[in-house]
Design a binder for this molecule. Structure first.
Ligand code: 5GP
Ligand code: ZN
Length: 114
């Protein structure tokens, strides 16, 4: 999508610290990290939010979640733990409307979230 920030990051048109990419996914460091590790995993293809996923995206979402776990494990957080979050729309605080999975690790995270 022409005007989407994360499509532009995936296309290399806006710089980001990329920690993983393949033909379907890109993972990069969040600009405003909320933990020592704060990575966003996105599909290259534009999907606005979780509400816009279809059954054909099931494998893609599985890859995003599995990649999040692998990246957290690479950073040494597999055993001590980490958090994965999809925010969807206003009440969850979604601000960028290209679906993304937050991966947070490296500190003790509170539950329930605020
Ligand atoms: P949301 O609130 O939509 O779930 O999360 C959007 C995330 O994108 C936020 O954590 C925010 O810090 C991050 N973000 C916003 N703009 C940029 C950017 O230009 N580059 C990077 N790397 N992260 C961004
Ligand atoms: Zn997009």
């Amino acid at each position: 999508m022409a005007d989407c920030l994360f499509c532009k990051i995936a296309a290399g048109q806006i710089p980001a610290t990329i920690v993983y990419q393949d033909d379907r996914l890109v993972a990069f460091k969040d600009l405003n990290p909320q933990a020592p590790m704060h990575v966003l995993v996105i599909p290259r293809r534009h999907v606005s939010s979780l509400n816009d996923l279809t059954a054909q995206d099931d494998a893609l979402v599985g890859e995003m979640i599995r990649r999040a776990g692998l990246l957290a494990g690479e950073q040494g957080y597999g055993d001590r733990g980490y958090r994965t979050v999809f925010n969807c729309n206003a009440d969850a605080g979604q601000t960028v409307f290209h679906v993304h999975l937050h991966v947070l690790g490296g500190r003790s995270l509170k539950w329930p979230p605020g």
